[in-house]
Design a protein around this ligand. Structure first.
Ligand code: NAP
Length: 254
């Protein structure tokens, strides 16, 4: 392989798992990882046809892909996910913790905590058995969650903010164990992301939310830009473990 190919495909030979990769930000992360040479396991919960489209795009780039249906709040599904990765690839280099939720109206009161805290910890525990020194774990969060307790949050988003903040804190508490294994944790936090579902759902409760935030922040990041920062979190060796990267303005409510 030539020098040129190596530098344009810096993740060639690396394996990755992206949770919630059937759509939105996760789908963009999966595609961008593949563009940099990584093989990508796509976790999806319900959107099989969309996940298949992402898998096809990855195959078209010449990379290996796995389509892994799993509800990450189910321990048995997480076990099955890592069993399948182990069987297919033997190991894992990059785990992107993107899947999230908690605004669903048809779920139990503890669903947000199950998804944004307990499932994230369980995923890291499952991945550790397959990860080697040099591995990266990237946790995706929002400014509204990361700054929970220090900056104002829309009450309708509070269950998500509380649980994602708890997820971030729990993963940070695992850093000593990760460091022992030579694995780094990087956290990527985003402002409202232009064109995505979550701000649109919130806007139903808080009319004018998106326009107001744009005016306050100047502009909002889009999906590709946020996904690029997440991929950089996995790729770029400059990020120390526990580092946080902010995408979009962190100033609001002042
Ligand atoms: N959108 C924003 O404005 C914004 C801003 C800052 C940070 N973020 C963060 O960016 C990440 C992605 O956000 P997004 O807006 O792209 O989310 P989204 O459009 O709501 O997509 C959520 C993804 O998570 C998956 N998912 C949800 N519950 C799951 C479960 N129990 N098991 C497995 N997968 C599950 C969904 O899978 P299925 O579709 O297959 O069901 C979907 O792929 C999240 O961590 C979010 O906090 C988003």
């Amino acid at each position: 392989m030539t020098e040129q190919v190596t530098s344009s495909l810096p993740l060639l030979g690396k394996t990755s798992l992206v949770t919630g990769a059937s759509r939105g930000i996760g789908a963009s992360v999966a595609r961008q990882l593949a563009e940099l040479g990584a093989d990508v396991a796509i976790n999806y919960r319900s959107k099989r046809p969309r996940a298949e489209e992402v898998a096809q795009a990855i195959s078209d780039l010449g990379r290996r892909t796995l389509l892994l249906q799993a509800d990450i709040t189910e321990t048995k599904d997480i076990e099955a996910t890592f069993d399948q990765i182990k069987q297919a690839w033997g190991q894992l280099d990059i785990l992107v913790l993107n899947a999230s939720g908690g605004l669903e109206t048809d779920k139990a009161a503890d669903y947000a905590m199950n998804l944004n805290l307990h499932a994230q910890v369980n995923l890291v525990r499952g991945a550790l058995a397959l990860m080697r020194p040099g591995g990266k774990i990237v946790f995706v969060t929002s400014h509204l969650a990361h700054f929970y307790g220090t900056k104002p949050v829309y009450p309708g988003y509070e269950p998500v903010a509380i649980s994602k903040k708890a997820g971030e804190d729990a993963l940070r508490a695992m850093i000593p164990e990760l460091t022992e294994k030579g694995i780094r944790l990087v956290i990527i936090s985003g402002d409202l992301i232009e064109g995505t579902i979550t701000p649109k759902l919130l806007q139903r409760q808080y009319p004018g939310l998106i326009a107001g935030r744009k005016e306050e922040a100047g502009s909002l990041p889009d999906v590709e830009e946020f996904a690029a920062a997440i991929v950089d979190g996995a790729l770029n060796e400059k990020h120390e473990t526990g580092a946080i990267v902010y995408v979009g303005s962190t100033e609001w409510g002042g």
